[in-house]
Design a protein around this ligand. Structure first.
Ligand code: SF4
Length: 325
């Protein structure tokens, strides 16, 4: 008997997004921003994959292309084995139900003119499967689920605190019972104490509903808390990906080691041993030849300046892109 494994919930294959910069009389391409370059990963049902990296590393663009808010230059995005990379907006409709988004700035992402109940219920109206009464009940349940009082349904977004607004954004994302949520810096705009509450809420929801998250953030400490596996991006490329424990215990890429140096750790001996990363991220319009980390890497050797390292398995389930591993 042949046993066929289920495909991953989300399967991103060699995803690439370049933005041409045009100009001149003939509006020809003058330069190109290499925002996302040959990025591949999977997310399984019920799993959280954290994607971490400095500002401008391409992590948010990756999320937007997966959501089809932007078209890829090349590569594929498969949802439960079905290729959604080039399908039309109309064809995308049923897939949007399965894949929802939470944005960084809850204030900007919520329609300020609508009452909170209507904001959360809007996706249910768009998909039109429930009666008005059922919709009202579902919205009330969603308010409960994210820890908002039901009487707040009549308030406007400006009447909520930042944390409450993000809870509204989460309730809206949950309205269609998605299987995966792409969360793009969902707590970066919140106070530290509120960040923990929202992260804990997301983890509780995952437990209750079997949700998967693609959790995009620049803060490794936050990603560490919520993720099962973590992918590290640098200048448009995925340079390391593995389970959380292996990444923190045994990072294989010098960039990951540098990122870890910024995470507060209680053991002062370990703190001393870790090196802090110097220099700025090079322009994504002109990434370095060879390994794109060679301008900042303390370990760089001659080979690093003319040969690009492939992302390969350096230990079971642990991938890294470095010539020295
Ligand atoms: Fe550093 Fe070379 Fe490894 Fe790149 S390939 S991370 S430059 S040692």
């Amino acid at each position: 008997m042949t046993v066929t494994a289920d495909p991953p919930l989300l399967d991103v294959r060699n995803l690439t997004k370049h933005f041409p910069i045009r100009g001149g009389l003939r509006n020809r391409e003058q330069a190109r921003v290499y925002a996302v370059d040959d990025v591949s990963f999977t997310v399984q049902a019920g799993e959280t994959l954290g994607i971490v990296g400095e500002s401008g590393c391409g992590k948010s663009t990756t999320g937007k292309v997966i959501l089809r808010l932007d078209d890829p230059t090349s590569g594929q995005v498969l949802l439960k084995g079905e290729d959604i990379t080039t399908i039309s907006r109309r064809e995308m409709h049923p897939y949007r139900q399965q894949m929802q988004v939470i944005f960084q700035d809850p204030y900007a992402s919520l329609n300020q003119r609508l009452r909170a109940g209507d904001i959360v219920g809007e996706p249910l109206g768009n998909y039109g499967t429930l009666s008005a009464t059922e919709r009202r009940q579902k919205v009330a349940d969603l308010f409960d689920r994210v820890g908002l009082r039901q009487d707040a349904m009549h308030r406007y977004p400006y009447e909520f605190s930042g944390g409450q607004r993000q809870r509204l954004g989460i309730a809206r994302a949950l309205a269609l019972d998605p299987e995966i949520i792409i969360a793009d810096e969902p707590v970066s705009a919140l106070d530290v104490s509120v960040q923990a509450q929202v992260i804990n809420l997301m983890m509780d929801l995952q437990q209750d509903m079997g949700l998967a998250y693609l959790f995009i953030a620049h803060d490794l400490a936050i990603v560490q808390h919520i993720s099962h596996r973590i992918g590290v991006m640098y200048l448009g490329k995925l340079v390391e990906i593995t389970d959380k424990k292996s990444l923190f215990r045994s990072p294989q890429h010098p960039y990951t080691e540098a990122l870890l140096a910024s995470v507060p750790i209680p053991d002062p001996r370990k703190r001393k041993a870790r090196k802090v990363l110097a220099g700025d991220v090079p322009s994504p319009m002109n990434p370095p030849k060879g390994c794109n980390f060679n301008t900042r890497c303390p370990l760089a050797v001659d080979r690093c300046f003319h040969e690009e390292p492939a992302l390969r398995e350096v230990a079971p389930g642990h991938m890294a892109a470095c010539h020295l591993r």
